[in-house]
Design a protein around this ligand. Structure first.
Ligand code: GTB
Length: 219
Protein backbone atom coordinates (compact mmCIF):
# COMPACT_ATOMS: atom_id res chain seq x y z
CA UNK A 1 0.00 0.00 0.00
CA UNK A 2 1.24 3.48 -0.84
CA UNK A 3 1.24 6.17 1.82
CA UNK A 4 -1.81 8.44 1.62
CA UNK A 5 -1.57 12.19 2.00
CA UNK A 6 -4.40 14.70 2.30
CA UNK A 7 -4.76 17.84 0.21
CA UNK A 8 -7.35 20.50 -0.59
CA UNK A 9 -10.11 19.38 -2.93
CA UNK A 10 -10.23 23.02 -3.99
CA UNK A 11 -7.04 24.86 -3.08
CA UNK A 12 -7.32 28.61 -2.57
CA UNK A 13 -3.95 28.96 -4.30
CA UNK A 14 -5.49 27.73 -7.58
CA UNK A 15 -2.73 25.21 -8.28
CA UNK A 16 0.23 27.52 -7.65
CA UNK A 17 1.84 24.94 -5.39
CA UNK A 18 1.63 27.11 -2.27
CA UNK A 19 -0.51 24.82 -0.11
CA UNK A 20 1.52 22.64 2.21
CA UNK A 21 0.76 19.32 0.54
CA UNK A 22 3.22 20.51 -2.15
CA UNK A 23 6.18 20.07 0.23
CA UNK A 24 5.15 16.55 1.06
CA UNK A 25 4.50 15.62 -2.58
CA UNK A 26 7.91 17.04 -3.50
CA UNK A 27 9.69 15.06 -0.76
CA UNK A 28 7.94 11.84 -1.84
CA UNK A 29 8.93 12.50 -5.46
CA UNK A 30 12.55 13.21 -4.49
CA UNK A 31 12.88 9.81 -2.82
CA UNK A 32 10.87 7.95 -5.49
CA UNK A 33 8.05 6.89 -3.17
CA UNK A 34 4.66 6.59 -4.94
CA UNK A 35 1.72 7.95 -2.94
CA UNK A 36 -2.01 8.33 -3.04
CA UNK A 37 -3.95 11.51 -2.27
CA UNK A 38 -7.21 11.95 -0.40
CA UNK A 39 -8.82 15.25 -1.34
CA UNK A 40 -10.84 17.05 1.30
CA UNK A 41 -13.39 19.82 1.28
CA UNK A 42 -13.13 22.55 3.95
CA UNK A 43 -16.06 21.05 5.84
CA UNK A 44 -14.55 17.54 5.79
CA UNK A 45 -11.32 18.97 7.25
CA UNK A 46 -13.25 20.22 10.27
CA UNK A 47 -15.12 16.99 11.01
CA UNK A 48 -14.25 15.04 14.17
CA UNK A 49 -13.06 12.03 12.16
CA UNK A 50 -10.43 14.15 10.41
CA UNK A 51 -9.53 16.12 13.55
CA UNK A 52 -8.70 12.77 15.13
CA UNK A 53 -5.70 12.63 12.78
CA UNK A 54 -5.14 16.41 12.36
CA UNK A 55 -6.25 18.22 15.55
CA UNK A 56 -6.23 21.62 13.81
CA UNK A 57 -8.36 20.48 10.88
CA UNK A 58 -5.71 21.29 8.29
CA UNK A 59 -3.99 19.63 5.37
CA UNK A 60 -1.65 17.83 4.88
CA UNK A 61 -1.62 14.56 6.77
CA UNK A 62 0.31 11.40 5.96
CA UNK A 63 -0.82 7.84 6.61
CA UNK A 64 1.38 4.81 6.09
CA UNK A 65 0.06 1.56 7.52
CA UNK A 66 -0.57 2.17 11.20
CA UNK A 67 1.38 5.44 11.28
CA UNK A 68 -0.51 8.72 10.90
CA UNK A 69 1.32 12.05 10.93
CA UNK A 70 0.43 15.71 10.65
CA UNK A 71 2.57 18.90 10.27
CA UNK A 72 4.26 19.15 6.89
CA UNK A 73 7.71 19.58 8.46
CA UNK A 74 7.35 16.42 10.53
CA UNK A 75 6.09 14.53 7.49
CA UNK A 76 9.00 15.68 5.31
CA UNK A 77 11.41 14.75 8.13
CA UNK A 78 9.87 11.28 8.40
CA UNK A 79 10.12 10.73 4.65
CA UNK A 80 13.74 11.92 4.70
CA UNK A 81 14.55 9.52 7.52
CA UNK A 82 12.87 6.56 5.84
CA UNK A 83 14.54 6.94 2.44
CA UNK A 84 17.97 7.95 1.18
CA UNK A 85 18.30 11.19 -0.75
CA UNK A 86 17.06 14.02 1.45
CA UNK A 87 19.42 13.93 4.41
CA UNK A 88 23.20 13.40 4.33
CA UNK A 89 24.58 10.18 5.82
CA UNK A 90 27.38 11.95 7.68
CA UNK A 91 25.94 12.65 11.18
CA UNK A 92 27.16 16.24 11.42
CA UNK A 93 26.04 17.16 7.91
CA UNK A 94 22.70 15.48 8.69
CA UNK A 95 22.27 17.52 11.86
CA UNK A 96 23.06 20.71 9.94
CA UNK A 97 20.50 19.84 7.25
CA UNK A 98 17.92 19.34 9.99
CA UNK A 99 18.85 22.79 11.37
CA UNK A 100 17.96 24.22 7.97
CA UNK A 101 14.60 22.43 8.03
CA UNK A 102 13.83 24.16 11.32
CA UNK A 103 15.22 27.48 10.06
CA UNK A 104 12.88 27.34 7.08
CA UNK A 105 9.80 26.69 9.23
CA UNK A 106 10.65 28.57 12.43
CA UNK A 107 12.76 31.52 11.30
CA UNK A 108 11.99 32.32 7.66
CA UNK A 109 8.37 31.22 7.25
CA UNK A 110 6.71 33.12 10.17
CA UNK A 111 6.96 36.65 8.69
CA UNK A 112 6.05 35.28 5.24
CA UNK A 113 3.03 33.59 6.79
CA UNK A 114 2.06 36.89 8.44
CA UNK A 115 2.12 38.53 5.01
CA UNK A 116 -0.30 35.88 3.73
CA UNK A 117 -2.63 36.32 6.71
CA UNK A 118 -2.55 40.10 6.31
CA UNK A 119 -3.38 39.83 2.61
CA UNK A 120 -6.09 37.18 2.97
CA UNK A 121 -7.76 37.73 6.33
CA UNK A 122 -7.05 41.28 7.47
CA UNK A 123 -8.03 43.37 4.44
CA UNK A 124 -11.08 44.77 6.19
CA UNK A 125 -9.12 46.01 9.23
CA UNK A 126 -8.34 49.71 9.62
CA UNK A 127 -4.68 48.85 10.31
CA UNK A 128 -4.28 46.48 7.33
CA UNK A 129 -2.21 48.92 5.21
CA UNK A 130 -0.09 50.02 8.19
CA UNK A 131 1.02 46.46 8.85
CA UNK A 132 2.32 45.86 5.33
CA UNK A 133 5.65 47.76 5.64
CA UNK A 134 6.28 46.30 9.10
CA UNK A 135 5.83 42.75 7.86
CA UNK A 136 7.84 43.40 4.71
CA UNK A 137 10.71 44.81 6.75
CA UNK A 138 10.85 41.60 8.78
CA UNK A 139 10.76 39.48 5.62
CA UNK A 140 13.48 41.59 3.96
CA UNK A 141 15.69 41.17 6.97
CA UNK A 142 15.40 37.36 6.83
CA UNK A 143 15.95 37.31 3.06
CA UNK A 144 19.12 39.43 3.35
CA UNK A 145 20.50 37.08 5.99
CA UNK A 146 19.60 34.00 3.98
CA UNK A 147 21.06 35.49 0.80
CA UNK A 148 24.31 36.32 2.63
CA UNK A 149 24.57 32.73 3.85
CA UNK A 150 23.80 31.16 0.47
CA UNK A 151 26.20 33.39 -1.45
CA UNK A 152 27.09 31.80 -4.81
CA UNK A 153 26.41 28.23 -3.61
CA UNK A 154 23.75 26.04 -5.18
CA UNK A 155 22.38 24.74 -1.86
CA UNK A 156 22.38 25.79 1.77
CA UNK A 157 24.91 23.24 3.02
CA UNK A 158 26.56 20.96 0.48
CA UNK A 159 24.19 18.68 -1.41
CA UNK A 160 20.47 19.37 -1.89
CA UNK A 161 18.62 18.30 1.27
CA UNK A 162 15.26 18.41 3.01
CA UNK A 163 16.49 21.76 4.39
CA UNK A 164 16.59 23.19 0.86
CA UNK A 165 13.26 21.59 0.02
CA UNK A 166 11.49 23.28 2.93
CA UNK A 167 13.33 26.58 2.47
CA UNK A 168 12.34 26.77 -1.20
CA UNK A 169 8.76 25.74 -0.40
CA UNK A 170 8.69 28.74 1.96
CA UNK A 171 10.38 31.17 -0.47
CA UNK A 172 7.93 30.18 -3.21
CA UNK A 173 5.29 32.04 -1.24
CA UNK A 174 7.10 35.27 -2.22
CA UNK A 175 7.14 34.61 -5.96
CA UNK A 176 5.73 37.57 -7.79
CA UNK A 177 6.76 39.95 -5.02
CA UNK A 178 9.73 42.27 -5.54
CA UNK A 179 11.27 41.04 -2.30
CA UNK A 180 12.63 37.79 -3.70
CA UNK A 181 13.93 39.51 -6.86
CA UNK A 182 15.98 41.88 -4.68
CA UNK A 183 18.28 38.90 -4.12
CA UNK A 184 19.26 37.34 -7.46
CA UNK A 185 20.94 34.41 -5.73
CA UNK A 186 17.67 33.55 -3.92
CA UNK A 187 15.62 33.85 -7.13
CA UNK A 188 18.15 31.56 -8.83
CA UNK A 189 17.99 29.16 -5.85
CA UNK A 190 14.22 28.89 -6.21
CA UNK A 191 14.46 28.49 -10.00
CA UNK A 192 17.17 25.80 -9.60
CA UNK A 193 14.92 23.89 -7.21
CA UNK A 194 11.88 24.22 -9.43
CA UNK A 195 13.82 22.71 -12.33
CA UNK A 196 14.34 19.47 -10.40
CA UNK A 197 12.32 16.68 -12.01
CA UNK A 198 10.86 15.71 -8.61
CA UNK A 199 9.60 19.24 -8.06
CA UNK A 200 8.03 19.30 -11.51
CA UNK A 201 6.21 16.00 -10.97
CA UNK A 202 4.89 17.19 -7.61
CA UNK A 203 3.85 20.55 -9.02
CA UNK A 204 2.06 18.94 -11.97
CA UNK A 205 0.19 16.55 -9.64
CA UNK A 206 -1.18 19.33 -7.41
CA UNK A 207 -2.00 21.50 -10.43
CA UNK A 208 -3.93 18.59 -11.96
CA UNK A 209 -6.25 18.62 -8.94
CA UNK A 210 -7.16 22.22 -9.72
CA UNK A 211 -7.51 21.80 -13.50
CA UNK A 212 -9.48 18.54 -13.24
CA UNK A 213 -11.87 20.06 -10.75
CA UNK A 214 -12.44 23.11 -12.94
CA UNK A 215 -12.99 20.90 -16.01
CA UNK A 216 -15.45 18.82 -13.99
CA UNK A 217 -17.32 21.92 -12.83
CA UNK A 218 -17.25 23.31 -16.37
CA UNK A 219 -15.57 26.57 -15.35
N1 GTB B 1 1.89 23.92 10.34
C1 GTB B 1 0.97 23.18 9.49
C2 GTB B 1 1.77 22.31 8.53
O1 GTB B 1 2.86 22.74 8.15
O2 GTB B 1 1.31 21.21 8.17
C3 GTB B 1 0.10 24.19 8.75
C4 GTB B 1 -0.88 23.51 7.82
C5 GTB B 1 -1.73 24.54 7.11
O3 GTB B 1 -1.57 25.77 7.31
N2 GTB B 1 -2.60 24.06 6.27
C6 GTB B 1 -3.49 24.96 5.56
C7 GTB B 1 -4.92 24.58 5.90
O4 GTB B 1 -5.26 23.43 5.98
C8 GTB B 1 -3.30 24.79 4.05
S1 GTB B 1 -1.66 25.21 3.54
N3 GTB B 1 -5.76 25.61 6.08
C9 GTB B 1 -7.16 25.43 6.35
C10 GTB B 1 -7.51 25.80 7.73
O5 GTB B 1 -6.62 26.10 8.56
O6 GTB B 1 -8.71 25.80 8.00
C11 GTB B 1 -1.62 27.00 3.88
C12 GTB B 1 -1.94 27.80 2.64
C13 GTB B 1 -3.26 28.02 2.29
C14 GTB B 1 -3.53 28.79 1.16
C15 GTB B 1 -2.50 29.32 0.41
N4 GTB B 1 -2.80 30.11 -0.73
O7 GTB B 1 -3.95 30.31 -1.11
O8 GTB B 1 -1.86 30.64 -1.38
C16 GTB B 1 -1.19 29.07 0.77
C17 GTB B 1 -0.91 28.30 1.91
Amino acid sequence: MNPIITAFESSPDKGRGLARDMRVRWALEEVGQPYDVRLLSFSEMKEPAYRAIQPFGQIPTYQDGTLTLFESGAIVFHIAEQHPGLLPVNPQARARAISWMFAALNTVEPPIGERGINALLERDKSWHEQRVPLIEERIRSRLSELSAHLGPADWLDGEFSAGDLLMVAVLMRLKGSKMLDEHPNLSAYVARSESRPAFQRAFAAQLAVFTNRNAHLGT
